[in-house]
Each structure stands twice: as C-alpha cells, then as structure tokens.
Design a protein. Structure first.
Length: 661
C-alpha cells in the first residue's frame, strides 16, 4: 500500500492510536452556545473528521478558568460539568465508533492575543503588557489566580476523563499565550515562585501536569502544545524564514532545554510548532509559508526527549509526511486546515483515492479571516459544509432535470460537481480552453501551487461525476435556444479593471494577471499599481525572483482585507525582500523612464521601471445574466459575476444554491 507507514498504529503512553494522523487543534468558533456548552454542530464537526479516518482528534481549546481572564462567552466545562458531560459525552462515543481517539485541549488563557470585543478583563504575568490589537493594558495576575487556573486544569481533565476523552492536551507553552508568557523572560518580571529562574518560569506548566497526573493517573495521557522557538524580533515584529535576527522570545537553546524539562516532569507527548503572536504567521501558516515548516524544529526536539512528537504545519503532502515518519523526525502527522477542506483526507489516502482529496489552498479566508473573526464561526473557503456538517448534506434530485452552468471558475466547477452528485444532468460551458478561472493564473506564483492542486481536484471530480464540460464555447441566448435546460447558473467571473492613467498606452503597461499567466512578460524593474491581494502576491513573487519591485497603493494599508497574520507576513516579507512599498500614494503618469507618483503630502517622485503592472480590482461579468434574466428559464447568478469577492464567496454560493434546488 502506498504511504503504508502513515497507517501504522502508534502509542502515546499506553494509548494505542490506529494511524499516524492527528487532527491539529483549531478553535471551532460558533459551535458552542452562549454559555460555552457544546452543541450538535460541535459534535458533528468532530465526528465528520473521525468518519474521515483520522487516528487522533485534538479539540479546540477549552478554558480551565474564566474568572481571572474573563471572556464572554467562554468554552469551559468547570462551571457546568454536568451539562458538559451531557452535551459532549455522546460526541466522544460517536468518535470512538470510527476507531478514532480524542483529546480535549485545555488552556490557561489568551492574554494579550484576545481580539477586542471578546474579553471583559485581560491578565498577564506582569504589569505593563498590553493587548496586541487595541493596546489595553493587562492586569498582573495574582498568585491565587494562577493556582485557581491550575485547579481548573485538574478539574477539567477529571471531567474529560469521565466524559470518555482518551487524554487531554495542555494549551500551551506555545505562541505567546498566557501560559507561555510565564516562560518568557521578556514578559515575566515576577518576583514570586512563578518568575525569575528557569524553574520558576516553567513552574506553572509543571504544576499543571503534576496535578493532572495526581488525580487522573499516570496512564491518562497528557500532551503539551509546545513552541521551542518564537521568531520574535521585537513586540509585534516577527522574523521570516532564513532571516538572521536577535530572538527576544524563546530561542532553540532554551527550547530544547525546556522540552526535556517538561517531559521529565510528566508530559507524555509534545505537539510541536514554532512562532508567537508577534510572528503569528509561523503559528498560522499563510500562503507565503513553505511546506513542512515545523519539521526541522520537531526533529530537533525529538532528539532530546523520549516521548512521541506530533507535528503539523503544512504536512499534507503525503510524500513529505511519509518520509518524515520514516526518517524519525516526527511520530505523528498533524492535519489542521487540510481537514477543514476535506475531512476525508486520511480515508481517501488509505483507499487509493488521493486524486479525490480537496486541497487546502492556505488562503486563510474561511479558517482565520472574516468567516471566523467577523461572524465568529469556523469555516473553510473551499468546503461550504465545514462547521455545518449536519445541515449541509446533499439530498438526491427527485426530478429528471437538466442544468447548464456558464463559467468553469471555482464557483461554476463547485456547482457542477455538487449538482451532478445530486443527480442533475449537468453541462458546464467555458469560453476559454481550460478550467480554473482566476485560480489558474494565481497558481503560477511559486507559493500558490496549491491553487493548481485544487484545480486538478476539480478536473478529476468533473470527470468522475459525469459533468459534460464544453471548453472554447461561448454561451449565448442562441445556445440556450439550441441546448435548452431546466436550470441555468451563470458563474461568469470577473474582468480586470484597467485604470485610466496618462501614458498607459505604452506596451510595458500590463495587468498583474497577465504576468501571472505569462511570467516572461515581466522585466527586471517593476512597479505594481495596487496593493491588494493580487498586487502584493505578485510583488513578493517577483521580488523572490530577484526583481526590483515597487508597490504603489492609494489607501493607507497594503492587503487591508486580508486576515491579520497574512497581512503581517506579507509586510515582513516586503521588508525582508526590500520591496519599495508606497501607501497613501497614487500614480499620476507613466513615462519612458517609469512612473510618476504623488504622495499624501503633495510631493512627487519618479520611480524607474521597465514594466508597470496594474492590479486595482475586478468588475463583475454580469452582462450575460442581465441579458437572460427574463428568458423564461430558472436562472441564477453566483460568484464574481454577481458580486466580486473571493474563492470562499464563489464556492459557498455555489454549494448553498445547488444544495437547495
């Protein structure tokens, strides 16, 4: 069997796990009720991943205490243990039905990382620490409050064991959360038993494991989410891969020493990553991150401890994962967002259906972007069912109906495949010679190769579901007359907006998407007009190729609509790569030498360039829909041709529409 070693059993303590895959912990926003008690959504979300074949699930974090750092609402079982048992026990039973083990992750607190609006009180190891997002000062936590949190960990572990959980994970000496803050000299200035010496700084984490083991027994496994390195250049300043810098957080020397110390005091496994909220693109990998980014650090930790090492961080390439296990660099392979995109990844790999895996594209839009932060619900750009597993099941089509879909971008392809699964006879029309829409052009950047993998998935599923794909075919009113259908879906996408700038008639004035599709069109000195997602990604891609790049943006911020850690990663890369980024600046003229820009203070500058790219936005291709809306056929307009947005909007609109037809 291919990748056989990924399906060998392994152990954490005496607990046997059926394969090497674990679901990395991610907080499932929106699946608990107002009091923090789990709901059917919460249960179905995890059971779906168990059904998909993962060996171990580590849940999103439950708070050990909500009286020191106060959140509203907070997911915690210490206040209502009976309700937690009643609501969560059946879920554990259903997870176990698939042979999957499950750990409850328990956390001390978020501290300076909490978003405004989610907290009523913030605490920190020492006074002077401020919230990262709104600058509100944190109160110094008292010794009594620390000990109350430790008791909360112990009580929560007891409840979890009673509930049937196979173990717990402590959150976390990782990412700069509250428990981790105590270990860091930069933030911990205490003079009591929880500050000062190495042993005192790690005392909080040690007393937690000792307390849990004393009550739950040595055979009840306890994992620790652990970061051996923080990648902090300063507060709110992160380092990028390959950069030389002075670490103000935990460096690898202390990271390895602490790993051994924590294991010696009782932790049964280490779930290893790197990063901090000052470099949170390490902790939450972005499209710019490399694959297997935690693996070298996990391997280093494995050299100094004798317990299993768990490692996630873009480990979903099965070749990479299999080799990592074979080489002894990690014991288990973590899948976080890949299991949001496709809960059945392990099962498809096991049964030889690798080509049917729906790939995570690391866009961070559904899991970490607006879907989570604005409406507070877990989601995934390429999987509309994520977080709504019981509500979004496709019902068979009881009618013999034909469906025509115009446009083979992500929205059109998603609609076609899901409609075919329901039993519709589907024809997909695409005026170009290939499927994929804007995903195809975007995938040309080296770090966007996952877009191409998603397009290949769609190509596979279009064939396997029997969709009739007509390429190089322009759909018109005549097409509708000659090839009638019962339902018509327009997913015609969007067109690039061409800015009206003096001198733009020059042949070196190109759209960023043209250069993405045909990289050889770009010269060596490039000015990009527009600092949104496409402009910034194109600029970073070209700078990584050694080109001299400037990005000019009229608004005050680059990539303003991206998730915070994606924007932060982009800005740190722009700094590191030496990209000339000009905000609150507009291009007034294109000349033979380059571009003339006007800054906020009214001053002007000429930037030398042999290529000028524009990326100022897109406009909806809605003309076809408008011409056919009164044609007498049931018709719908979805994706960018209805409202220019992103992959999430197109895929979700397609699925939600087809699911209810």
């Amino acid at each position: 069997m291919k990748y056989e070693n990924l399906f060998e059993s392994c152990n954490i303590g005496r607990l046997k796990i059926k394969n090497r895959f674990f679901m990395a912990p991610m907080f499932p926003f929106g699946t608990m009720d107002g009091s923090g008690i789990t709901t059917r959504q919460y249960s179905d979300y995890y059971v779906e991943r168990a059904r998909g074949g993962v060996g171990l699930i580590i849940t999103g974090v439950a708070k050990a205490d909500n009286t020191a750092e106060v959140m509203a609402p907070a997911f915690t079982c210490v206040n209502e243990p009976i309700h937690f048992l009643q609501s969560t026990g059946p879920m554990v039973e259903r997870v176990h039905a698939f042979g999957t083990k499950i750990f409850l992750q328990i956390g001390a607190g978020w501290e300076r990382a909490l978003w405004p609006g989610y907290y009523q009180r913030l605490v920190a190891p020492s006074a002077g620490t401020k919230n990262m997002y709104d600058g509100v000062p944190c109160e110094e936590i008292t010794t009594e409050e620390i000990q109350r949190i430790i008791k909360g960990f112990i009580k929560t572990a007891m409840v979890a064991k009673r509930c049937g959980f196979d173990g717990v994970e402590v959150h976390a000496v990782h990412e700069g959360y509250l428990l981790d803050q105590f270990t860091m000299e930069y933030f911990n200035k205490r003079t009591d038993q929880y500050g000062g010496s190495f042993e005192n700084r790690y005392r909080f984490a040690v007393e937690i494991i000792q307390g849990i083991k004393a009550v739950c027994g040595n055979d009840f496994p306890v994992s620790l989410r652990y970061s051996p390195k923080h990648f902090m250049r300063g507060e709110h300043q992160g380092a990028v891969d390959g950069e030389e810098f002075t670490e103000i957080g935990r460096d690898m020397d202390e990271g390895l020493k602490a790993a051994k110390y924590l294991v010696d005091n009782g932790y049964d496994a280490l779930n290893v990553d790197v990063g901090s909220y000052d470099a949170h693109y390490w902790s939450h990998p972005t499209v710019y991150s490399k694959d297997a980014l935690y693996l070298p650090y996990a391997a280093a930790v494995k050299e100094v401890v004798d317990v299993p090492i768990l490692c996630a961080g873009r480990m979903d390439d099965p070749e990479v994962a299999s080799k990592a296990v074979a080489d002894g660099k990690t014991d288990m392979i973590g899948l976080g967002r890949p299991l949001l995109a496709d809960p059945y990844y392990p099962l498809k790999l096991l049964t030889g259906k690798e080509d049917e895996i729906k790939w995570c594209i690391n866009c961070n839009v559904g899991c970490c972007g607006a879907k989570t932060t604005q409406i507070a619900h877990i989601g995934c750009a390429v999987n509309a069912r994520c977080g709504y597993e019981s509500e979004q099941r496709l019902a068979p089509n009881v009618y013999d109906k034909k469906m025509s879909i115009v446009g083979a971008g992500p929205g059109g392809m998603e609609a076609a495949i899901e409609a075919a699964k329901r039993g519709f006879e589907v024809t997909l029309y695409e005026r170009s010679g290939k499927i994929g829409g804007n995903l195809t052009a975007a995938s040309k950047a080296d770090f966007k190769y996952r877009d191409e993998k998603l397009v290949k998935y769609y190509d596979t599923m279009l064939k396997k579901t029997g969709v009739n794909v007509k390429l190089n075919t322009e759909f018109t009113a005549n097409t509708l007359s000659s090839e009638p259908c019962d339902i018509l879906i327009i997913a015609a996408g969007a067109s690039v907006i061409v800015p009206n700038i003096k001198g733009s008639e020059t042949n070196k004035f190109l759209s960023a998407t043209e250069v993405l599709a045909t990289p050889e069109l770009a010269g060596n000195e490039i000015v990009i007009i527009g600092g949104g997602q496409v402009g910034v990604e194109t600029g970073i891609w070209q700078a990584q190729k050694g080109k001299k790049v400037s990005i000019v943006e009229m608004m005050p911020d680059l990539q303003a609509n991206a998730a915070g850690h994606v924007q932060h990663h982009a800005l740190e890369l722009i700094r590191y790569l030496g990209i000339n980024a000009l905000t609150s600046t507009k291009v007034t003229e294109i000349t033979k030498e380059g571009v003339v820009v006007e800054k906020a203070d009214g001053s002007t500058e000429c930037i030398k360039a042999d290529t000028v790219l524009y990326s100022v936005g897109f406009k909806a291709n809605n003309a076809l829909y408008e011409s056919l809306v009164r044609c007498g056929t049931e018709i719908y307009n979805i994706g960018d041709s209805e409202n220019v947005s992103n992959v999430l909007s197109a895929v979700h609109a397609a699925y939600n529409l087809v699911n209810r037809l």
